[in-house]
Design a protein around this ligand. Structure first.
Ligand code: PMP
Length: 398
């Protein structure tokens, strides 16, 4: 099917400008419309043998094929989960408990779910090494090589940072894992709406995806498991999803992810080109017009929808509230931990001081941003920063 109509979709209130797509994305209205009949009219359970059960089985398998196509996998390599957190758990815990060896490598800038899974594995007898990143958020391949031992069974590195947007050298990392016969998992949640990922070509063994990050519903995700990779299930029950994830399938959500993936495949190039334009304007506009402002993350190898700044002498929180007053929604860091007072572990891993990390602002854009959103932000932000700095005893500039 061709999704020709890009909806004029209003997100939030009429006046709100939204720059926090990494925390939450609106469901595309085309996705929502396709999902709705699966709540009341086509409500079958794929395990039932009657007509609406058959209908549910059919759409479940069609959805598996669509998501497989999205990443160039085979349908039987796709396991639907309740989201990327569950996919990450299944990948790391499922693999660790099934395979010989006890050493796992992750990076310092993984999503909080990977860090907490790693902690759990450490408590359960596994050894975990965290590979550092450079000032731009990139993993050095030699540093990764040096940390591999003969006990290493799994390496998990995020495809691109959900915070600073830095894209890792995934082909090289996957190639290294292949060469050393170590399984490679990547959390591709931040990358999936921006990069055409070809798991076969890259040689990825395990990959986590989330539906909401491609404008599908929340509470749905996927773990891609390359044929031949063995995992222990974490959820036992009726044996759904090839015995790897029991529980009645969330058919409306899965249909949502199917349509979201189909639309994303077709519209990604156009969307990324538009976002790149917005990104360049924002970076240039902020760095040129606001003194003592800096870009966090990589200047080139970064997701098109991400800009991440830091400003001397002010707190990101005050900035967030100043922009909130003007109807602009932004973030100071990862939504998953933004209510804690701790600085972001990613920014600290980049080598920023606590006060620099606290002075940071994350703007993530998406399908429904318009060029005038960028104009408004560039008009408003310098003034908000100036006013906050006037009140700040920390700011040494003029
Ligand atoms: N990984 C990354 C990189 C994320 O940004 C998120 C949050 N969207 C998750 C994992 C967790 O996803 P979910 O909320 O679907 O469990």
């Amino acid at each position: 099917m061709t999704w020709l109509l890009m909806p004029e979709q209003q997100c939030g209130s009429e006046t709100m400008i939204y720059f926090d797509y990494q925390s939450s994305r609106p469901v595309d209205s085309r996705v929502l419309k396709t999902m709705l009949p699966y709540f009341d009219k086509k409500f079958g359970n794929p395990s039932s043998l009657h007509e609406i059960g058959d209908e549910a089985t059919l759409i479940l398998e069609q959805s598996r094929s669509s998501v497989a196509e999205f990443i160039n996998a085979e349908p039987e390599e796709i396991i639907f989960t309740s989201g990327a957190t569950e996919a990450n758990n299944l990948a790391l815990i499922g693999y660790a408990f099934r395979n010989r060896g006890n050493h796992i490598i992750i990076s310092e800038i993984e999503h909080i779910s990977i860090h907490n899974i790693a902690k759990y594995l450490q408590k359960n007898g596994f050894e975990v090494t965290k590979v550092p990143v450079d000032f731009y958020g990139r993993i050095n391949i030699d540093a990764l090589k040096q940390r591999i031992t003969d006990k290493t069974i799994l390496i998990s590195i995020t495809y691109a940072s959900n915070e600073v947007g830095t894209i890792q050298e995934i082909p090289e990392i996957a190639g290294l894992c292949r060469e050393k016969e170590i399984a490679f998992h990547t959390d591709a949640v931040a990358a999936e709406p921006q990069i055409h990922i070809d798991v076969k070509n890259l040689g990825i063994d395990l990959m986590s995806l989330s539906s909401n990050d491609i404008y599908g519903p929340k509470g749905v995700g996927v773990l891609y498991i390359r044929k031949g990779i063995r995992l222990n299930p974490l959820i036992l029950g009726g044996g759904q999803e090839f015995g790897l994830r029991s529980g009645t399938e969330n058919i409306p959500g899965i249909v949502g992810m199917k349509i979201a993936a189909e639309i994303m495949s077709q519209e990604m190039d156009q969307e990324v080109a538009t976002l790149k334009g917005y990104q360049q304007r924002l970076i240039k506009g902020v760095l040129e017009n606001i003194p003592d402002s800096y870009l966090n993350g990589h200047p080139r190898a970064r997701l098109a929808n991400n800009v991440h700044f830091r400003f001397d002498g002010i707190e990101g929180e005050s900035l967030l509230l100043g922009l909130k007053d003007k109807g602009i929604s932004v973030s100071t860091g990862s939504a998953c931990s933004s209510k804690t007072l701790e600085p972001s572990h990613t920014l600290i891993a980049l080598g920023l001081l606590h006060e620099e990390a606290h002075g940071s602002l994350q703007l993530t854009m998406g399908r429904f941003n318009r060029a005038q959103d960028i104009d408004t932000l560039l008009n408003v932000l310098p003034d908000v920063v100036r006013k906050l700095r006037k009140l700040s005893p920390l700011y040494k500039g003029v």
